[in-house]
Design a protein around this ligand. Structure first.
Ligand SMILES: [Zn+2]
Ligand SMILES: [Zn+2]
Length: 71
């Protein structure tokens, strides 16, 4: 059995009870949307969410823990 390529930005599995908020635009990330979730590359404490729209537009995000901003 082959294991697929492991990406830092793994596809999102959205918890419908607690919908995540996109760290770039501040809107709720729709369940089953092609959003990505990854830990802050600076502090690693916070989980950053980005919706599909913000990924396409390459909008900046901001870490709520350390204030790190990144593309
Ligand atoms: Zn967004
Ligand atoms: Zn951070």
């Amino acid at each position: 059995m082959k294991i697929g390529v492991v990406s830092e930005r793994t596809p999102a599995v959205v918890d419908s009870c607690h919908p995540p908020i996109c760290s770039s635009c501040g809107r709720l990330v729709e369940p089953y949307a092609r959003a990505v979730r990854f830990n802050c590359p600076n502090c690693g404490k916070s989980t950053i969410w980005r919706c599909e729209k913000c990924r396409k537009l390459a909008l900046h995000y901001k870490c709520p823990s350390c204030g790190f901003e990144g593309p």
